[in-house]
Design a protein around this ligand. Structure first.
Ligand SMILES: CC(C)(COP(=O)(O)OP(=O)(O)OC[C@H]1O[C@@H](n2cnc3c(N)ncnc32)[C@H](O)[C@@H]1OP(=O)(O)O)[C@@H](O)C(=O)NCCC(=O)NCCS
Length: 211
């Protein structure tokens, strides 16, 4: 039976597995990226260490099958991420990725060179919280995403957070209808997608007001 519970530090490995298995616009990132640890450092490992009280996991038979990770204060989170995890990324890149997973360097360079564009207002002021939600394929479309989203939004409302934002891709055919169904609206479109093999699938920024 799938249970939803608060995230723990020991969930890091299971979270990294779900993150990678759903990391390519909602599909398995295998074949598009190789260094699973670097992928985790970039996209999810910060949360079970530093935002456990704001993150939830779905567990089946002691296996992490889904999660919602996030923070109520994205401005603070960005600074903490750089201080706590950011420094590990160049070290991993230099000492491991560039030797063992050289094929990832092209993707990393694409990430770095992405033309940045932002809405013409401070997103972190209007929608201070952000989230990442991912569920293993076998467990999708069973209402788990909705339960995780409800938990997270209720928690954020209790903290008095005004709104939530999140990023996805035009190529994510499951997440886009899911977010719309949950009341999120597209507030910005990037110029290009984050994957070098699908640059036409642009990044999307969704947001929702809570109060
Ligand atoms: C997007 C995701 C989190 C949705 O979670 P889920 O548990 O499958 O969603 P739910 O079962 O709670 O669905 C709620 C509603 O969202 C919509 N929805 C969910 N998945 C959908 C899909 N694949 N296609 C169209 N609509 C979908 C439907 O309206 C659905 O209601 P319904 O089943 O009564 O029709 C899940 O598919 C997922 O983890 N995908 C892979 C990772 C990913 O893309 N994460 C987001 C990265 S930005």
């Amino acid at each position: 039976m799938v249970i939803i519970r608060k995230c723990r530090k020991a969930d890091a490995k299971g979270i990294m597995n779900v993150c990678f298995k759903t990391g390519y616009m909602g599909e398995d990132a295998t074949g598009h990226f190789s260094d699973v640890k670097l992928f985790g450092l970039l996209f999810c490992l910060y949360y079970p260490r530093y935002e456990r009280e704001h993150s939830f996991v779905a567990e089946d038979n002691r296996e992490i099958v889904g999660y919602i990770l996030g923070s109520p204060d994205s401005e603070l989170q960005e600074r903490l991420f750089l201080a706590k995890i950011g420094w590990r990324i160049p070290i991993r890149l230099f000492f491991v990725t560039s030797w063992r997973y050289f094929q990832d360097i092209k993707t990393i360079l694409h990430f770095i060179r992405l033309p940045r564009s932002n809405p013409n207002f401070n997103i972190n002021k209007k929608y201070p919280a952000h989230l990442h939600i991912d569920i293993l394929e076998k467990y999708q479309r069973k209402g788990i995403g909705s339960k995780l989203m409800d938990k997270f939004e209720t928690h954020m409302r209790k903290l008095g957070v005004k709104g939530i934002h999140l990023g996805t891709s035009e190529g994510n055919y499951k997440a886009v209808p899911f977010y719309k169904k949950k009341g999120y609206k597209i507030i910005h479109r990037d110029k290009m997608g984050m994957w070098p093999d699908a640059p036409e699938k642009r990044g999307l920024l969704f947001a929702k007001k809570l109060i």
